[in-house]
Every structure is written in structure tokens, then in C-alpha cells.
Design a protein around this ligand. Structure first.
Ligand code: URA
Length: 201
């Protein structure tokens, strides 16, 4: 198949993806969203329950945290390309609920092709990995978030990468004080990434 020449065409192809078994239980594949020529790309883990139903990335609880941090950082979300490392929702059914399950190394590897195609078309100056799954997808190996966070790193294909936490981490911090501290740090990472993408590369 010829490589897709637009994000629209890529999203149509993605819808028929059978590269791994996750398509079987998900409602639909969730493509990235944002301007075709975004300078900054944010890569999350995978769609959650809400994203799976709506077909849009980061619209559920983690998306609300992300939106709040982008706002606080003075970044308009509509100027950023937002996507995920894995495009189908992986979950375990629990009664009527669908509980998020982490994608495994095989699923991340198989889905990488879509992320690479999104980068080929958008050509962001900087790509931010939100958490470990995205970092693994972008760098092709396990990255320790705490060690590699907050700096510009070279991607295997020569692009520029940047690692920070996944916003859902903030939803799991019980202490309000710790949560506020982590949110400030996350906001500051996004601000740094935005500045770098717009001025330094
Ligand atoms: N978490 C992600 O990583 N991506 C989404 O789109 C939603 C939640």
C-alpha cells in the first residue's frame, strides 16, 4: 500500500488496522488530532473508555488534567497535535465497566507504525512522550521517566523527543499537596517543551 499522504487518509487506514488483536474488542481506533503542521506533538499511552467511545484522544479524566496543565502553561490545545502510542483501547471487562489495561511490548511495537506515520505527515519539531508507553514507542526501548524527564533527547530517526509523566498519574496521587506539586512540575515540562518547539530547534 502507498503511504498515506494526509492525516485524513491515514485515519481511514487506521480504522481497518489489524496489526495486533486489540481492534477486536475496541469500539474504534482513535487517531491523533490537531493541526497538520503542529510544531509540538504530544503522545499519550492509548485511548481510555471515553476516547474509545468518542473516537477522539484525551477527552476523559486524563484529558481534563492535560487540558488544565496546557491552560496553566499558556498553550492552546488546538495548536498542538495530540495522539497516542497505541490506537485501540485495551481493557478488561468488570461487570458493566471496562478497566484500562496497559498495552504490552508487542502491542506498542506493532502500533508504532501509526505514530511514525503521524510524525512523517505532521513533522513536529518536538515530540513529547507522556509516560512510559509513549517513551517506549518513540525511543524503541524502555526509558526511565525519572532519569530522562525534561530534556531534549534524540529519537532513533534523528527527530527531537522530550519525556514527561502521563497526566493520569496525577489522578492517582492521594495527597492534595503532592498532587499540586506534581501538577506544577508537569505544567512546567509542557511550558519548556512548547518554548523549545517554538524557538530553539
Ligand atoms: N490516556 C491516554 O494516554 N490517552 C488518551 O487518549 C486518554 C487517556
Amino acid at each position: 500500500m502507498e503511504p498515506a499522504t494526509s492525516l485524513k487518509a491515514l485515519a481511514r487506514e487506521l480504522d481497518g488496522c489489524r496489526r495486533c488483536p486489540l481492534y477486536r474488542d475496541a469500539t474504534q481506533a482513535v487517531p491523533g488530532e490537531g493541526p497538520t503542521r503542529a510544531k509540538l506533538m504530544l503522545v499519550g499511552e492509548q485511548p481510555g473508555n471515553d476516547e474509545d467511545l468518542a473516537g477522539k484522544p484525551f477527552i476523559g479524566p486524563a484529558g481534563k488534567v492535560l487540558n488544565g496543565a496546557l491552560d496553566a502553561a499558556g498553550i492552546e490545545r488546538r495548536k498542538v497535535f495530540v495522539t497516542n502510542a497505541v490506537k485501540h483501547f485495551k481493557f478488561a471487562p468488570r461487570g458493566k465497566r471496562r478497566l484500562h489495561k496497559r498495552p504490552n511490548a508487542y502491542e506498542i511495537e506493532r502500533c508504532r507504525w501509526w505514530q511514525e506515520n503521524e510524525r512523517r505527515l505532521v513533522k513536529p519539531r518536538l515530540v513529547v512522550a507522556l509516560g512510559a508507553t509513549a517513551a517506549r514507542s518513540l525511543f524503541g526501548k524502555i526509558m526511565t521517566i525519572s532519569k530522562s524527564r525534561g530534556a531534549v533527547l534524540e529519537l532513533p530517526d534523528g527527530g527531537h523527543g522530550f519525556i514527561t509523566i502521563h497526566p493520569s498519574l496525577l489522578l492517582r496521587i492521594p495527597s492534595a499537596e503532592d498532587k499540586a506539586k506534581e501538577l506544577r512540575r508537569f505544567t512546567s515540562d509542557l511550558k519548556t517543551a512548547w518554548r523549545i518547539a517554538n524557538t530553539e530547534l
